[in-house]
Every structure is written in C-alpha cells, then in structure tokens.
Design a protein around this ligand. Structure first.
Ligand code: PEP
Length: 254
C-alpha cells in the first residue's frame, strides 16, 4: 500500500455498501472481516458502509483493525430543520470516516443532481469525511454511445474545486450493472476508467493519486478480473459485501 503522503499513485480501496440491509446481528460480519484482516492484512484499504444506525456500533467493533467505517449519504448542511437527515459532522462523531455521495440510487430515487452532490461533497469536507463520489450511465445512455459523455458531465458537475489536495475517491458504477449480475467487459471498464483518470488529472493537482473504483455486480468470481483492469484502483461492492465470506475474497483479489 502506498504511504499517505505519496501523491503519485492511488491507494487501492475496496468498499462495501450495505445499503438498507443489516440489523444489529449483521455486525458479526464486520467483526469477522476485521478479525480475518488482523490475521492476514489486506493489500488495500477496506471500508464498510452500513446503514447509519449501525455506524457507531460498527466503528467500535472494528476499532484497532484496518477496517474503516463510512456513511451512505450526508446532508449538505451541518445542522438545521431537515427532518430525518444526518450531517457529515454527526456521522463523523458516530465513527464514520468516509461517505458515499451521488450513488445512482440517490440520484434516481431522490432526484439528486450534480449540484446537490457537489454541495454534499463540500459538506463532507467540512465534516471531516472522505467522499466516494459515484458516477455512471444508464443502459439506454450506453446503448446510445453516450456513456463517456454522461460520465464526464457527472464527474465535472459533482466534484467541487475545493476537493483538490483532499483524499477522495470516484466510483464508476454503470447503473445497469448495479444489483443485476451483469458487468461490463474489461475493455469497457478500462475505457471509462481511462477517461475518468484523464479528467481528474486535468482538473486536480492531486489527480494522479485519486483512486477510481469500479462498482456493479462485483463478486468473488469476477473480482480479480475487474480489479486488475487498467485504471481500476479498487471496488465499490453492494450485495457481495454483506457477508464476510463473500467480501473477503474480493478484498484479497485487490
Ligand atoms: C452498489 O450498490 O454500489 C453496487 C455496486 O451494488 P452491487 O455490487 O450489488 O451491484
């Protein structure tokens, strides 16, 4: 793994997004993962993003291990009259150190725009959270030959200039590959990751050090191929991150 001050190459990261899955009993999976990584350390950073209610307990459970805990979203403001929402500061206090922003399920389900994502990224920085910003095209957009353009527009619109020099990651998640069992070919992944890296390098002084994760139906059987595609610096994993027995082989493949 690279040193924290090495800005020449991205630190690899394998992140598990539990979405709205996992009651307190699921914490045993985080414990099992932390135990396994204590015995045989991973060659990459590892983070779990449980439902917000579990962040505090999970952070306590994995304390002292290499597993980090993150949140799945945050509000753009630090506090105020926003019923049901959580700020970056609150999530940090609970033990989160990263936050997923702009996941397609939020862009679609909550109509989050690129501008909304940018505001949340700014909030994450204020609150001390490392953003993992998601971009990705629909199947319709890919079939129309627009995948690269869509991703480029999302990327430029979702990342504020203030990110430069701060640790953050981008996750390329083709929407048609999320939770469907379908994955793009290695070549398709490499083309998009190459474009994302080029855009990041053109825009940010720290561009070469920004990890670009692939996400969408990563599982133990396809992890090695996807994780070792050119320009892929890790994975954002949904369904296969819920059980340590599935997630661990993905971490080991990174
Ligand atoms: C995700 O939710 O970000 C994701 C990639 O899900 P899955 O791995 O289940 O496709």
């Amino acid at each position: 793994m690279r040193g924290a001050d090495d800005l020449s190459q991205p630190a690899r990261l394998v992140a598990g997004n539990w979405k709205m899955n996992g009651a307190s009993g699921a914490l045993r999976e985080a414990h099992a993962l932390a135990e396994a990584l204590s015995q045989a350390p991973a060659a990459c950073r590892v983070a779990l993003f449980p439902p917000a209610l579990l962040i505090h307990r999970m952070a306590e459970q994995v304390a002292g291990s290499s597993v980090q805990v993150g949140a799945q979203d945050c509000h753009a403001e630090s506090d105020g009259a926003y019923t049901g929402d959580l700020s970056a500061e609150m999530l940090h206090e609970a033990g989160a150190r990263l936050v997923i922003l702009g996941h397609s399920e939020r862009r679609t389900g909550y109509r989050e725009s690129d501008a909304d994502v940018t505001a949340k990224v700014e909030a994450a920085l204020r609150g001390g959270l490392e953003p993992v910003v998601c971009v990705g095209e629909t199947l319709e957009q890919r079939d129309a030959g627009r995948a690269l353009d869509v991703v480029a527009v999302q990327l430029q619109g979702s990342l504020p200039d203030s990110l430069d020099g701060h640790p953050f990651a981008v996750a390329y998640e083709p929407i048609w590959a999320i939770g469907t069992g379908r994955t793009p070919t290695v070549e398709q992944v490499e083309v998009v990751h190459g474009r994302i890296h080029a855009l990041l390098a053109a825009r940010f002084a720290s561009g070469a050090a920004i990890p670009v994760l692939y996400g969408g139906s990563v599982k133990p059987s396809n992890a090695a191929e996807l994780l070792h595609a050119r320009g892929v610096d890790g994975a954002l994993v949904g369904g296969a991150s819920l059980k340590a027995a599935d997630f661990l082989p993905i971490v080991r493949a990174a």
